[in-house]
Design a protein around this ligand. Structure first.
Ligand SMILES: [Zn+2]
Length: 236
């Protein structure tokens, strides 16, 4: 098939999937239609309660509509949500006065990415970078697969991810690291360390949802090298 025709067909099928997806139930409430943003208007209004602590910000708590949106993005292929969530993250980053020179994502291990078919954090990072008008680059690489963090204590999480990441050289870069969920901050801390070792001058973290499930999620229990402390700077 000639290239222009292929492009036309790809464009048409993307438009069709957006239109059909808008008719599906909202993944956060199941009660209304998802709409073109991938989440109904009511859930979009209720999902975000942005918070900022030190060098990290997040859109709201994992419990509730935002967590359901993240699970739909991560496990049920609702990739359309990444655009809206990325734009919301970009708005918070701009409001915080942060001026990253490059955006990157916490990477999935390639084997997990192959199984899922996409990397949700990369989609979020791309959406954020596009809205900020800065490049999104795959700077980080997972050197080894790490067992799921979900059932681990904070100390075990830190051991689990220590040295698990490697970064391309980024001399002097102001990096914005994007991920879907922040629990203890152990993964973000390991990524941040790799980026600083690779020459970044500053690493800030923007995450969709903060999970409070783990007792280690309280700011006092956050690893000292993850800049999550300080006063909440959220707006209601
Ligand atoms: Zn909804």
């Amino acid at each position: 098939m000639p290239a222009p025709l292929r492009a036309l067909r790809a464009g048409a099928s993307a438009a069709l999937s957006t239109t059909l997806g808008a008719l599906l139930p909202c993944p956060a409430c199941g009660a209304r239609r998802a709409g073109r943003m991938g989440l109904c208007t009511r859930c979009r209004r209720r999902a975000c309660r942005p918070q900022r602590r030190g060098e990290a910000l997040w859109l709201g708590p994992y419990a509730g509509p935002l967590g359901r949106a993240v699970r739909a993005l991560k496990y049920r292929g609702a990739t359309r949500l990444a655009g809206w969530l990325g734009e919301r993250l970009a708005r918070e980053v701009a409001d915080a006065g942060w001026r990253p020179s490059v955006v990157c994502a916490v990477p999935l291990h390639p084997s997990r990415r192959r199984r899922r078919g996409y990397d949700q954090a990369w989609l979020l990072a791309s959406g954020t970078a596009a809205a900020l008008g800065v490049p999104c680059r795959p700077l980080l690489e997972r050197r080894r697969a790490t067992p799921s963090q979900a059932s681990l204590s904070r100390a075990a999480r830190l051991r689990n991810v220590a040295g698990a990441f490697r970064s391309d050289p980024v001399p002097g870069a102001r990096v914005l690291l994007v991920d879907d969920v922040l629990t203890t901050g152990a993964t973000a801390a390991a990524c941040r360390e790799a980026l600083l070792e690779a020459g970044a001058s500053l690493v800030r973290v923007a995450v969709v949802a903060r999970s409070e499930r783990s007792p280690a999620a309280s700011p006092a229990a956050t690893p000292p090298h993850v800049p999550l402390r300080g006063r909440p700077a959220g707006r209601s």
